[in-house]
Design a binder for this molecule. Structure first.
Ligand SMILES: [Zn+2]
Length: 266
């Protein structure tokens, strides 16, 4: 067989139809943004130093992309001094939330340290939180054509066990067919990761996960993202601030004697 040019040898691009996309920016309400920095300030006031803390970003399940609150779990030991964030602890926190609220990411503070990016430990935590929140932030993104090497087409009641031994996948139809296109759904999930520090600085990324329904192919990508304040609802009321200060007092117990290697793990 002779080809006129190499282009003829190329496989046709797989068909893909897109329905939806994953968030490219982090949307947050004024209330939630204010709350993050009030936690920082309160830690400073209560403990006399701007210690690190961590929490979860929360959304209404009807609108998973918009952070409407910050959830503060018991910070019994400083995250960085201790261990990575475990799925059991995240699940425990999710269970005590009202039913309409979901965790869509996590937020932590580097306190007064001038360390304005994510550490390796932070990145491990990103993945742990993503694995937990993926099911809750999941949506169908596209139908993508599957390329199956070794697809065997068989007709119902007209094949033998020997026929089944061939190829990687057998498609059995009720009438003979010559051509088939299989399109699988690609599901997308996301997780927000935010780090804040003294003086109001913040850095953030969005983790995107794509999972194909049939082939189970998983792709995870991390991208820097802007925080966009969405004009929804008021900021914190004085009563809410007072309640938050009390919450910080009871939930955050900083490790006052961090190990020497802390800086490396931060
Ligand atoms: Zn960190």
């Amino acid at each position: 067989m002779r080809f006129k040019n190499l282009a003829q040898l190329k496989r046709a691009e797989p068909t893909e139809v897109t329905f939806s996309t994953l968030p490219q920016v982090i949307q947050i309400t004024p209330y939630a943004k204010q709350k993050a920095f009030i936690i920082c300030d309160t830690v400073d006031v209560v403990f006399g130093q701007d210690y690190e803390w961590y929490g979860y970003t929360l959304a209404d399940s009807a609108n998973p992309e918009l952070i409407i609150d910050i959830g503060l779990p018991n910070n019994d030991l400083n995250l960085h001094d201790y261990a990575t964030l475990g799925p059991a602890r995240i699940a425990e926190f999710q269970e005590q939330l009202p039913h309409h609220l979901i965790i869509n990411g996590w937020i932590h503070s580097h306190g007064s340290l001038d360390y304005r990016h994510f550490s390796t430990t932070d990145e491990e935590n990103h993945r742990t939180v993503l694995d937990f929140v993926a099911a809750r932030t999941r949506r169908p993104l596209a139908k993508r054509e599957m390329t199956i090497e070794g697809l065997t087409l068989l007709v119902k009641d007209r094949f033998t066990d020997g026929d089944l031994a061939h190829g990687s996948v057998a498609l059995i139809t009720d009438a003979p067919i010559r051509e088939v296109k299989i399109m699988e759904t690609v599901y997308g999930s996301f997780c927000y990761c935010v780090v804040v520090g003294s003086g109001g600085w913040h850095e953030q990324v969005i983790l995107h996960q794509e999972r194909a329904a049939l082939s189970s192919r998983v792709r995870v990508a991390s991208q820097a993202a802007q925080i966009v304040e969405v004009d929804a609802g008021a900021g914190m009321t004085p009563a809410e601030m007072e309640a938050l200060q009390e919450e910080v007092r009871t939930k955050i117990r900083p490790n006052l004697n961090p190990p020497v290697e802390r800086m490396e793990r931060m």
